[in-house]
Design a protein around this ligand. Structure first.
Ligand code: AR6
Length: 231
C-alpha cells in the first residue's frame, strides 16, 4: 500500500514519491532506492555570494550537458524554503530548455532529511564545502557534517585534507553514519565552488569570467563523481 504525495514545488510538474505504509520506520522501499539519485544544493550562492542569475544559467547548462549520460539516474536541486530564488530561476530555465522533469527537478527541504521528512530517496548528496573540508562554518556544510557525525568526518579525512575550487571529492559513507542508516545516503560528494565573499579565502573579487568557469568545473566534477557511483 502506498501513500503520500510530495510536491516538489510550483513551476515544474510535481514529483510523486511512494512511501509504503507498512515499512519499518527509517527503512527505505526497494524500488525507489534502486534509482541512483543525487541531491545537491546550489553551490556558492549563499555564503560565497555568487550571483543567482549566473549560477542558475550554469546549473541548467550543466544539467542539460549531463542529461544523456544519466541513464535512469536522477538529479535533484534542493533548497530550504519555497521562497528560494535559485530554485525558481532554475525551474524556469529548465522548463524553457524542456529538460525532462522526471530526471531533473527541484525539491524543498533539508538535504540531511530528504527521506525521513520528505519521502525522497537520494543515495548521494552533495555538500557545498570549504577548502579545508572541515565541519562547521554554517550553511549546508555545517548541516551535513552534523548529520553525518564523526563517521563522515573520518571518511572525508581518509580521502583528502583539502579541495581546490572547481573540484569535487566523492566520500563513501560508513554504515555507522546516521545519514546512511536513517536517510539511505551511501555517498557524500564535497564540492568547492567559487567564492565571491571578501571575508572568505580565495575571493574572486567579482571576476565572473573566472567565477563562472570555476562553477562550471565544480558541477562537472560533481556530476562525473555521481556518475562514477551510479554506473
Ligand atoms: N539543506 C538544503 N539546502 C541548504 C541547507 C540544507 N540544510 N543549508 C543551506 N542550504 P551555503 P556556499 C542551501 O552557504 O554559498 C559554508 O560555511 C542554501 O540556501 O551552504 O557554497 C562552507 O563551510 C544555498 O542555496 O554554501 C563554505 O565555507 C546553498 O545551500 C561556504 O559556506 C549553498 O549555501 C560555502 O558557501
Amino acid at each position: 500500500k502506498t501513500q503520500e504525495t510530495v510536491s516538489s514545488s510550483s513551476g515544474m510538474p510535481s514529483q510523486k514519491i511512494k512511501v509504503s505504509e507498512d515499512m519499518a520506520p527509517g527503512s527505505i522501499s526497494q524500488d525507489e532506492s534502486d534509482i541512483p539519485t543525487l541531491a545537491f544544493p546550489s553551490i556558492s550562492t549563499a555564503d560565497f555570494q555568487f550571483d543567482l542569475e549566473k549560477a542558475s544559467d550554469v546549473i541548467v547548462g550543466k544539467v542539460e550537458e549531463f542529461m544523456d549520460k544519466l541513464g535512469n539516474a536522477k538529479l535533484v536541486l534542493v533548497d530550504l524554503t519555497e521562497r528560494s530564488k535559485i530554485l525558481s530561476l532554475v525551474r524556469a530555465k529548465a522548463a524553457e530548455k524542456k529538460i525532462d522533469s522526471k530526471r531533473f527537478f527541484t525539491f524543498i527541504g533539508d538535504i540531511c532529511q530528504l527521506y525521513t521528512k520528505g519521502g525522497l530517496c537520494c543515495n548521494v548528496i552533495a555538500n557545498a564545502a570549504n577548502w579545508r573540508l572541515k565541519p562547521g562554518g554554517g550553511g549546508v556544510n555545517a548541516a551535513i557534517f552534523n548529520a553525518g557525525g564523526p563517521a563522515l568526518e573520518a571518511a572525508t579525512k581518509e580521502q583528502a585534507r583539502s579541495l581546490l575550487p572547481g573540484n569535487a571529492l566523492v566520500v563513501p559513507l560508513p554504515s555507522t553514519s546516521p545519514l546512511y542508516s536513517k536517510e539511505g545516503v551511501t555517498h557524500v560528494i564535497h564540492v568547492l565552488g567559487p567564492n565571491m565573499n571578501p571575508r572568505r579565502p580565495n575571493c574572486l573579487d567579482n571576476d565572473y569570467v573566472k567565477g563562472c568557469k570555476v562553477l562550471e568545473d565544480a558541477y562537472s566534477s560533481l556530476f562525473k563523481g555521481f556518475l562514477s557511483i551510479a554506473n
